[in-house]
Design a protein around this ligand. Structure first.
Ligand code: HEC
Ligand code: HEC
Length: 483
């Protein structure tokens, strides 16, 4: 059972032409807003409080102070770490493999293919059947999210299920590493940036394959031994020394003080400087009163988004997420997460973290800035067309039960293909997912739907259409940048 990638919808094409217009037209410069304002447009008649809804939903333009500050030298070091395969157990994968700037900081796949796979984005190859020892054992478990704006201070949880999050513990972070998380992190993006190293399928490799994974196996932990060995490996590369010492003057020229927190911090500075929404995007200008900054269709779509279509009840704030968890009935494809549910191939989402059954199938509301660039969509990338995930929201039950597997992008390998749709095709799983859907059915006219889609495309930051400038020419280890 193979599944193929459908061509992008016509929305994609019309989007490209508008974005080129944006790029090519002389920049219309609106009086620069240093302070941000909430949307000052028309009042929404059906708001019983008499306040305008956009204000209520706190959808406002982005300010520089929304983000943690960045240091240039740390960002340069972080860029090297982000692209250098030296940081993976088998030296065959980097952060950029799954979060490539050439693919809008993700990989274009429904579910990621981690270490052992070869090639880039939708051309990534999971190996042969029967699999060789070096081929991936299975797919990753979820869609690799984009990294846009994750350096914003309001992100209080990371991952689709929020398992890396802020809490009230002494160090302020709750993570799968528990007490093994070293002290000294400044924010959540720094913390999450050391976790891909610890995932066997993502960057670590199998226990017998390299000295880092072997140390993890010998010491019975995926955390401290991995981080310790990784720091040793980086220290063994003299090309990194000057960059590290420049980024961290507090080391006073002594490389021995270098540790895993420095690694996470540098990678966070890189992501937070390269992948943040620029100030004054067309949508931000619109929010600040420049009515012509987005098309009339998109402006009508925004009104629907905050009104009749009820999107802003979850997608609100400057990044269009409430940073909370909701069950919206996205079909389950792939291996699932943690061996739970029927056939052990379901993904319980937030319940896996809180152990509260009321959180079953809930996932973090994704931010929507640049959403048109970041497909496939959903925690498992079940939808390869933006149009389809938006339609899904309007009638989630129908979409769940009529899901067509050609809506996803999973490079084929016989044994993996056989497993990919076990959960999807199980009526019990579908029934359970359906029971927990939180969103009401919403009826939109076809022209209203088009306006809503126009608004989705209006959320693209023109500066993010081409991120090639964030890719270095080489990395300190000298390993290839190609996947
Ligand atoms: C094999 C693919 C893969 C690699 C390599 C990888 N990631 Fe990820 N990343 C993912 C997936 C999949 C998730 C979501 C996992 C989940 O929700 O369970 C994720 C989540 C994240 C998030 C959270 C985003 C959010 O919205 O919550 C950040 C940040 C991140 N990765 C950064 C990195 C960094 C930094 C590296 C390198 C050190 C890296 N990733 C390497 C696949 C990958
Ligand atoms: C009840 C809260 C809620 C409402 C209301 C809601 N969404 Fe969502 N939305 C979510 C959640 C949660 C997800 C992620 C689901 C998953 O990963 O399984 C999501 C995903 C998305 C995605 C895919 C983003 C990505 O990066 O994968 C888009 C696009 C989207 N929503 C647009 C909309 C639009 C348009 C509306 C209004 C018609 C809307 N949403 C209404 C909660 C909501």
């Amino acid at each position: 059972m193979n599944n193929c990638k459908k061509p992008r919808s016509h929305y994609y094409l019309s989007f490209l032409s508008t974005s080129f217009k944006i790029l090519l037209s002389p920049v219309v410069f609106v009086a620069a807003c240093t302070t941000s304002q909430v949307w000052a447009g028309e009042k929404d008649k059906d708001d019983e409080n008499g306040h305008n809804r956009h204000n209520k939903h706190q959808i406002r333009s982005i300010k520089a102070s929304d983000y943690a500050p960045v240091g240039a030298k740390k960002a340069v070091l972080g860029q090297a770490f982000f692209f250098d395969k030296e940081l993976s157990g088998n030296r065959n994968i980097s952060c950029s493999t799954c979060h490539s700037p050439l693919s809008a900081t993700s990989d274009g796949l429904s579910i990621n293919l981690g270490e052992g796979a070869h090639g880039f984005s939708v051309g990534r190859n999971p190996g042969t059947y029967p699999p060789l020892a070096t081929d991936p054992l299975e797919r990753g478990q979820r869609n690799a999210p984009s990294l846009f704006d994750r350096g914003a201070k309001e992100f209080g949880s990371m991952m689709h299920d929020g398992r890396i999050e802020l809490d009230n513990s002494p160090d302020g972070f709750l993570t799968p590493a528990g007490d093994e998380l070293p002290p000294g992190f400044n924010n959540l993006l720094e913390v999450i940036s050391i976790f891909a190293f610890t995932e066997i399928q993502e960057m670590l490799g199998q226990p017998n394959e390299n000295e880092i994974s072997a140390a993890a196996a010998a010491q019975g932990s995926l955390f401290t031994p991995v981080w310790t060995k990784l720091v040793e490996r980086i220290k063994a590369q003299p090309n990194y020394h000057p960059m590290i010492l420049a980024a961290y003057p507090e080391l006073k020229g002594d490389i021995n003080g270098f540790n895993i927190v420095h690694v996470g911090r540098a990678i966070a500075h890189f992501q937070n400087s390269s992948f943040r929404t620029s100030l004054n995007t067309p949508f931000d200008r619109y929010l600040n009163g420049d009515e012509g900054a987005i098309s009339k269709e998109a402006a009508r779509g925004f009104k629907l988004f905050t009104g009749k279509a009820q999107c802003a009840s979850c997608h609100n704030g400057p990044f269009l997420t409430d940073q909370k968890f909701h069950a919206i009935g996205v079909p389950q494809i792939g291996p699932g997460f943690g061996g739970v549910g029927f056939d052990g191939r379901e993904d319980f989402g937030r319940e896996g973290v809180t152990k509260d059954i009321n959180d079953r199938y809930k996932f973090r509301t994704p931010p929507l800035r640049n959403v048109a660039l970041t497909g496939p969509w959903g925690h498992d990338g079940a939808f390869n067309m933006l149009e389809d995930i938006v339609r899904h929201h309007l009638d989630a039950k129908k979409s769940l039960n009529n899901y067509d597997i050609s809506q996803c992008v999973l490079p084929s390998r016989l044994d993996l293909d056989e497993l990919d749709f076990i959960a999807t095709n199980n009526p019990n799983t579908r029934y359970e997912i359906e029971q927990r859907i939180e969103i009401p059915k919403i009826r939109l006219q076809e022209n209203e739907f088009k306006d809503l889609m126009a608004f989705m495309f209006a959320l693209t930051d023109p500066e993010h259409l081409d991120l090639r400038h964030t890719v270095p020419k080489s990395v300190p280890s000298g390993l290839s940048l190609a996947d």
